[in-house]
Structures are given as C-alpha cells and as structure tokens.
Ligand binder design. Structure first.
Ligand code: GTR
Length: 419
C-alpha cells in the first residue's frame, strides 16, 4: 500500500492522551541524570533527555478510516487486519505461511537430564518447498514432575548457540534453563541465525531462499519479509510442532526475545495469534519503543541493520513525525492476549520510557475486553514489576541484557496468568 494512502487511512484523528506524559510523572522511574549527561556528551547526535522529546501525536488505534471508533471486540477484528496490513507493508514485510511440506524429526531424546529434573528433546524442523529444503533445530527441556501438558517459554536466541546449550555443559543467565525447570515450566530455544543469518549480506540464505529461491538475492519488493519476520516464521513452525507434542500445552506458550529478538517476538505475536503470551525484553526501536519520541535509537539508526526491516521502512528515516502509526499499535495487535514489556535502567538507547508508553497506549484496545487501563504517567520504580491483569512491565537496574532477574519476573507473571 503506498504511504500516502495509509496516511489518509490513519491520520484522521490523534490521541493526545499519550503525548509526553512522562514529564508529568511524580513517583515513577526517571533516568539517572548522570547517565543522561554522559550520553549527551558521548553521543550528542541522539536525544537522551525527556525534556527534549518533541511534541507528538499518536494515532488512535481504535479510530476507523470512516471516522468512527471501534467499540466492540467484533469490530476490532476487521480493523485489526487493516493495522496488521500496515505493519506488514511498511515495517516487517509479508511473510509466507507453512511450506509445502513440514515435518518434525526427533534427533535426541533424554528421559533424565538436569539431575533427574528434566527431559530433553531435540527436534529438527524440516521444510520442503518447490524442490528446496531447509532445516532448523529446536531444543526443548520439560520438567519431569510437572503435570503434562506443560506451559513452555520459547526464546528466539539472537546470541551464540552456547547460550542455549542442550548438553548443559555451558550455562548462561541469558537462558537459565535450570531455574525455569525448577519453577515447573518447559523451556525451549531456536537460533535466529538458522532461520535468517543476522547479516546484511547473507540474511536471505535461510528460509527466505527456501520460499524465493535465488530471486531472494535481488529484486525483492519494497514490502518483502526480512530477517525479523523470518525469525518469527520459525517460531510459528515451533508452535506447529508443539501442537503435535502431547507433553506441551500449546495454549500456554510464551514467546520471548531480547533486543532484536524482542522486536521479532512482538511481530511474531502479532502475526500468529496462537502465542498466548508475548514478551519483549529491551526491544527498543522498531520493537516496543514509540518511534515518535525520537529518544535514543531512531528509525534511521536502527535501519543501519538493512536486513531487519522492509525497504519501505527506510522511507521513514528522519521522518518519525510523518509516521501514520506507532509501536503502541503493534502491541495492540497482541490484544486480548497477554503481553509483557521489559526495560533496563541503563539502556537508554532502547528508550525505557517509550517502551512503557507503548504498552500503556495500547490500553484502549485492551479496554474493549474490559481490561483496565495502564496509566501513561505512572512508570513503576526500578525492579518493581507492575501487573495489570494480562499485561506486565518492569524496569530492571543495569544494562542491555536478558538476565535471570528478568526471567524471574516473567515467570511470576506467568504464575498469575496461568496458575
Ligand atoms: C543494538 C541495536 C538495537 C538492538 C541491539 C541488539 O545495537 O541498535 O536496535 O536490537 O543492538 O539486538 O542487541
């Protein structure tokens, strides 16, 4: 869809409710002034100060092109597909569905790992399409003692595979499998690089080539699916597998990603409504953070990773205020399912304030089902998660990372949601 046409579609009305409320908040988290000053000095080309956030208006996610407002979950369904289409064409691209043939092969099964606490399954997820093949691996640990089928946390791993070591020789706080098993949940991981190498030159050499063949190298359309969408496509194929595994409760799967993985998990959660909980950890620009705040990483900055977003998204470099949508609408695509957004205090590049606001500003959509509003001017203090029924948020002290502390909060949220 051409950009002009969408502007007409969505620029009808704006909500001011969400414009710059963080300046007004009294008790919640605010950035450490020393860190702000440091960043202002070391990276003066970016915005680090709440006071510098431009006046911006956010499109009302409930406002329809004819000027009327969505009032019921039923009306939302149709409007939701229009919004989904905008994100497909402008930001993340159109991804395909299942390949012609999809099969699962258990490559290893151990009935007794982690000192007798877990079972391990390693599964090859195999695709065939137009004579081409692709294969990627799923690692899955399930607590032995838990009542089956069991809920599972699935990480889209954007770091090295040693972080999700199936042999448990290496252990990493990025994927604290033993702790998750201890809490009675299953834990799974896939490697983003297996689906689409996280590299400007080679990103098409995974599932994009499976579908597009050599065409995938050039002459791709301006709304082509790119790496972020390809990673999420893989997460959906994992759900296809979960539906066949009687030990896994496919109605209670949490999809989780950190940073670029968090951008991908939000998008995968929008594309595939089978994920009942979507978790974004420090996903920042092009993820949970509102673009129009222009705080920390901008659209132009995140587009230096040319293989993540569609060519169309590059048209918005330096033009945040012209966007006819913003990332709160991405979060609203997850409604009424559960969503959790997490930030870190020192990670101002990812704009914790903007991440919180996206979640808060998706409230009108959650209200359609009677869920309460998250107040935009009420960020919680450090290390104090807030849970609003099916939505959660925390800001952890420390830097850009996914840590056992974050996982602990996610599991506390899942306990409330699922138990
Ligand atoms: C940063 C990038 C972010 C984020 C991050 C990551 O350098 O600017 O958008 O995705 O990398 O994935 O670790």
């Amino acid at each position: 869809m051409p950009i002009k046409k969408i502007s007409l579609l969505l620029l009808f009305g704006m909500i001011l409710l969400c414009a710059n409320p963080l300046m007004a908040q009294q008790n919640g988290w605010t950035a450490d002034p020393e860190r702000v000053n440091q960043l202002k000095e070391s990276r003066p080309d970016y915005l680090w100060d709440e006071a510098g956030v431009p006046d911006y208006d956010l499109p009302d996610p409930l406002l329809k092109p004819d000027g009327s407002t969505v009032e019921t979950p039923d009306e939302w369904k149709e409007h939701r597909s229009d919004i989904l289409e905008i994100f497909r064409s402008q930001v993340y691209g159109h991804r395909p569905g299942q390949p012609e043939t999809l099969s699962f092969e258990i490559s290893e099964e151990k009935g007794n790992t982690m000192d007798g606490r877990a079972i391990l399954k390693r599964i090859n997820i195999i695709s065939e399409h137009q004579g081409r093949n692709h294969q990627f691996e799923l690692t899955l640990f399930l607590p032995i003692d838990a009542v089956k089928p069991v809920p599972v946390f699935l990480l889209m791993n954007n770091r090295g595979p040693e972080n999700t070591d199936p042999s448990r020789t290496e252990k990493s706080g990025f994927w604290p499998a033993e702790e998750v098993i201890e809490r009675g949940y299953g834990i799974a991981a896939i490697q983003n690089n297996d689906l689409s190498p996280d590299d400007t030159e080679h990103f098409h050499e995974g599932v994009i080539r499976l579908f597009e063949g050599e065409m995938a190298i050039d002459e791709r359309p301006a709304d082509a699916w790119m790496a972020l969408a390809a990673w999420g496509w893989g997460a959906s194929r994992v759900l296809d597998y979960f539906e066949t595994d009687p030990d896994v409760d496919e109605q209670r799967v949490a999809l989780l990603g950190h940073s670029r993985g968090g951008k991908a998990s939000l998008w995968a959660g929008a594309e595939d409504e089978r994920f009942s909980l979507v978790i974004s950890n420090e996903s920042g620009a092009g993820g949970a953070a509102l673009s129009k705040r222009e705080f920390g990483e901008t659209i132009e900055a995140v587009n230096r990773f040319t293989h993540w977003f569609t060519p169309n998204f590059k048209e918005y470099n330096g033009r945040e205020q012209d966007l006819p949508f913003d990332q709160h609408m991405l979060i609203s695509l997850i409604a009424p399912r559960a969503v959790y957004v997490a930030s870190a205090d020192e990670d101002l590049w990812a704009d914790p304030g903007g991440e919180y606001l996206s979640l808060a500003c998706a409230s009108p959509v959650y209200n359609l089902w009677g869920y309460d509003a998250i107040e935009p001017d009420n960020m919680p203090p450090l290390n104090s998660p807030v849970i609003h029924e099916n939505r959660g948020y925390h800001i952890r002290s420390g830097g850009h990372n996914l840590t056992p502390q974050d996982w602990g909060y996610f599991m506390d949220f899942a306990d409330q949601l699922w138990r």
